[in-house]
Design a protein. Sequence first.
Length: 154
Amino acid sequence: MMRLPFFLSLAVTLLGATPVFAHGASIEHRKTNAIEIRATYDGGDPMSNAQVVVYAPDNPTEPFLKGTTTEDGTFTFVPSSEVESGSWDVRVRQSGHGDIVSIPVNNAPEQAQATGGWEGGDYSLQQKVVMIALGVWGFVGTALFFARRQPKNK
């Protein structure tokens, strides 16, 4: 009979905590004649009007460009042709949430063609394995905690 309130409160907690999962941020990019990024929260909602700061490979401490994302979370910039090849760092922040991505750029002529779809913004295999292991560890630990034997009062 004591388990009913526990499971009821657990269900309310889990169902009420769903919006909390959207607090992470993710940045994807694709290369055309320019570089377009798309910034979203982990829940898939776009980071509308988020602050964007772009850093060039030859001067990673001083911003090359500052701006904001569009309503759908996209931002486009053209890397300087004067800068040699390297990784352009793009930082996107909004309301304390944000992410940074390094975009490798080669200023060779063939790079001016579109290279296809969005890159980045996904978890690596190692990150997924660690998250699964921690989830299993949490479930096992919780089960063992509640399955322990209660000491008998004398």
